[in-house]
Structures are given as C-alpha cells and as structure tokens.
Design a binder for this molecule. Structure first.
Ligand code: NAG
Ligand code: NAG
Ligand code: NAG
Ligand code: NAG
Length: 233
C-alpha cells in the first residue's frame, strides 16, 4: 500500500516533468536542421530513457505520413510510406539511452518540411518537431570563352542561385552598356535543382570574374587574357 503510494507520487512527479518538457518542445521552438541534397542526414530526437519504448517518426503536414516506427524492441515498417522505404534507420543500440534520432539517406527536395518525433515509454510520452531545410550548395563554376563572349555556368544548385559579374581591377560594368552585354538564365532540372548560365562580353584588359551564390556558399571562376583560363573555387 505504502509502496503503491510512493510509486504513484513518483509517477505524478514524472508526468509533471514530462508535461513541462513537452510544453517547451511544442512552444514553436522546432529544431532546425539543414540537410545536403543526395547525402545522408540525421534528424535529432531524444527522450527520457525508460523501458517499453515506442518511437514514431511522422510528417504531420503530409497527412501524418509514417516514416519510421519502432515498438516491441524492433523496427516496425509495415506502415512506412513508400517514399521512405529503405532510406531510414534508427540508432537501435542507442534507443535504451533515450536516443530516437533518425538517419535519413539520400536526401531529396521532397524531404523538406516539418517532422514529428513521438516517443513513449512506461515513464510517459513526448513529442518534438524537427524542421528540415535542404540545400545543394554551389560546387563547380565553369567559365568558357568563345568569340569574345564569356559563358559562365553552374548546375545542380538549391536554393535558387544568383550570378554576378565583376572585374579585377574593378570597373563599373553597368556604366558601359555599349561594350558589355550580359544575360542570365535559370532553369530547373527534373530533380528541382537550379542550373544557371550567364554570358558577357570579354573585358580584354581585365580579369573577368563570375560569382555564383546560393545560401551561404559562394563560388567564383575567373578568366583573363585569351587562351589563359583559370578556375578558382
Ligand atoms: C544518437 O546516436 C547517433 C549515433 O551514435 C548520434 O549521431 C546522435 O547524435 C545521437 N543523438 C542524440 C540526440 O543523442
Ligand atoms: C546585366 O543585365 C541586368 C539586366 O538585364 C542588369 O540589371 C545588370 O546590371 C547587368 N549586369 C552587368 C554587370 O552589366
Ligand atoms: C587595354 O589597356 C591598354 C593600356 O592600358 C589601353 O590602351 C587599351 O585601350 C585597353 N583596351 C581595352 C579594350 O580596354
Ligand atoms: C598565358 O599565360 C602564360 C603564363 O601564364 C604567358 O606566358 C602567356 O603569354 C599568356 N598568353 C596570353 C595569350 O596572354
């Protein structure tokens, strides 16, 4: 009887703790994670360790799409959405330590959005939200010269890139539209990534610099003197 009371009180205390932590994790402070296109990404989630773990990873904005479930001490993938088949894993040896993080392989642009991590043990349940942004950083900037026209291009970028021309020493390119022509075009490939291309008249005496920027990543290619090409990144 006395033990029953003690255990009830403990449970009461624990659920207060759990309610508090649920409140802090749902008051809009989502965890933000940036994943790199086509690579693997870990969505972090932790819970107060306890036996009889149940873990559900879901995507609430996609009709609560089931991404990965775990209960009865094993992965439960019957309800898993087709889109995530073969792409998910928990760190099963870490689950007893309260680690419900999810490994998601081969990130696509569709994977962007808000994920829910629901966990439950005999000590109570918790929910946390993880917001995923995907980026495909600018990798290579290609620069080519043909008939006094320089073409600068870069492919497979996300989010939408910007391309700018400059020279070294600096010159005001927009000030002299008679000698400079430029055009930039952007297209989207079948994976949703951006290809960007721009052309400009070659400035003979100057180093011609093309800069492609997306997010925090900026890559540059330079060209000077016909026949001499140098690419830096
Ligand atoms: C869970 O375990 C994985 C693999 O060891 C680790 O990368 C991750 O940081 C852990 N996450 C948490 C929330 O402890
Ligand atoms: C390129 O063209 C755009 C619009 O056509 C213009 O706004 C920009 O200033 C031009 N850039 C240069 C470097 O001439
Ligand atoms: C290149 O530089 C030379 C000497 O500085 C100058 O005479 C010439 O006009 C310049 N050419 C162009 C295309 O700017
Ligand atoms: C190209 O560069 C080399 C050395 O970097 C130089 O010797 C050569 O004169 C340059 N060619 C032209 C066309 O400027």
């Amino acid at each position: 009887m006395a033990w029953g009371l003690v255990s009830m009180t403990l449970r009461g205390l624990l659920s207060v703790v759990i309610l508090l932590s649920t409140a802090t994790s749902t008051d809009g402070r989502d965890v933000h994670v940036t994943c790199v296109f086509s690579e693997d990404c870990v969505l972090p989630c932790s819970f107060l360790p306890g036996s009889e773990e149940v873990i559900h990873w879901m995507k609430p904005e996609d009709k609560d799409l089931t991404i990965h479930s775990y209960y009865y001490s094993t992965d439960q993938l019957k309800q898993q959405s087709q889109r995530f088949r073969g792409r998910t894993a928990l760190f099963n040896d870490q689950i007893p330590k309260g680690n419900a993080s999810l490994l998601l392989r081969g990130i696509t642009l569709q994977d962007q959005g808000r994920y829910k991590c629901y966990t439950s043990t005999i000590k109570g349940n918790m929910e946390s939200f993880i917001n995923i942004a995907v980026e495909a950083p600018v990798r290579l900037v290609d620069i080519q010269l043909s008939d006094d026209i320089i073409t600068c291009s870069s492919t497979g970028i996300y989010a939408e890139p910007k391309l700018t021309w400059s020279t070294d020493p600096p010159s005001d390119l927009s000030f002299d539209p008679g000698t400079i022509q430029n055009s930039t075009s952007i297209k989207v490939d079948d994976q949703g990534l951006y290809d960007i291309t721009s052309t400009k008249q070659f400035s003979r005496n100057l180093t011609n610099i093309c800069t492609v920027t997306s997010g925090t990543v900026e890559r540059t290619a330079t060209l000077k003197q016909q026949g001499n090409q140098s690419i830096n990144s």
